[in-house]
Design a protein around this ligand. Structure first.
Ligand code: GLN
Length: 185
């Protein structure tokens, strides 16, 4: 079985682990640099990216995570996608793994949360997506493939073996985003 880690500093661990286990993966939490050892891939979950950045300052985790992501596949969801981005607005540190720029909370207050169905390149028809204070992908680099859209804007992207979603694929019943990540490992 594939060995997957889920970054567990803050945010949604359990729901990701459940989906991955249902798809046959072995899952373990990642809190310290030694936890990256032997993983085939890593999920960076949603939560609050500023809080995660603060926690990553401990135990040299920022450098360990960046080093891992430079060599191994990551699935970043919501705050996790913000961490993987090249540039973040309002400005904050990021891992600079994906050639995308993001705007935090980019869908505005009146749309804090929404469940939206959108077109996807993943097999099986439209994807139902749960957005919670979601970032907006404001620039997509030329080597980045768009796998799903909301109102004509990219919300799920792939670059190499990395995936990033501005929504929460671990909430809800559709395992296709996690499946696509596992298929790419
Ligand atoms: N708004 C959060 C941030 O800026 C992300 C929200 C989420 O992960 N659900 O980090």
């Amino acid at each position: 079985a594939r060995r997957l880690g889920v970054l567990t500093l803050q945010g949604a661990y359990a729901a990701h682990a459940q989906v991955l286990e249902r798809l046959g993966a072995q899952v373990r939490p990642v809190r310290l640099p030694a936890d990256f050892e032997g993983l085939d891939g890593l999920v960076i979950p949603g939560g609050e990216s500023t809080t995660m950045l603060r926690l990553l300052e401990r135990d040299e985790m920022f450098a360990a995570l960046q080093n891992y992501a430079r060599h191994k596949p990551c699935l970043g969801t919501c705050a996790g996608a913000i961490l993987l981005a090249h540039q973040v607005s309002p400005a904050q540190a990021s891992l600079d793994i994906l050639d995308i720029d993001v705007q935090r909370n980019g869908y505005g207050r009146q749309l804090d949360s929404a469940i939206i169905s959108g077109p996807t390149a993943l097999p099986g028809g439209p994807l139902e997506m749960v957005f919670i204070r979601a970032p907006r992908f404001t620039r997509i680099g030329k080597d980045v493939e768009v796998l799903a859209e909301r109102d004509g804007e990219a919300v799920l992207v792939r670059q190499g073996r990395h995936l990033a979603a501005s929504f929460h694929p671990e909430l809800g019943e559709d395992p296709r985003v996690h499946q696509a990540f596992l298929d790419g490992l």
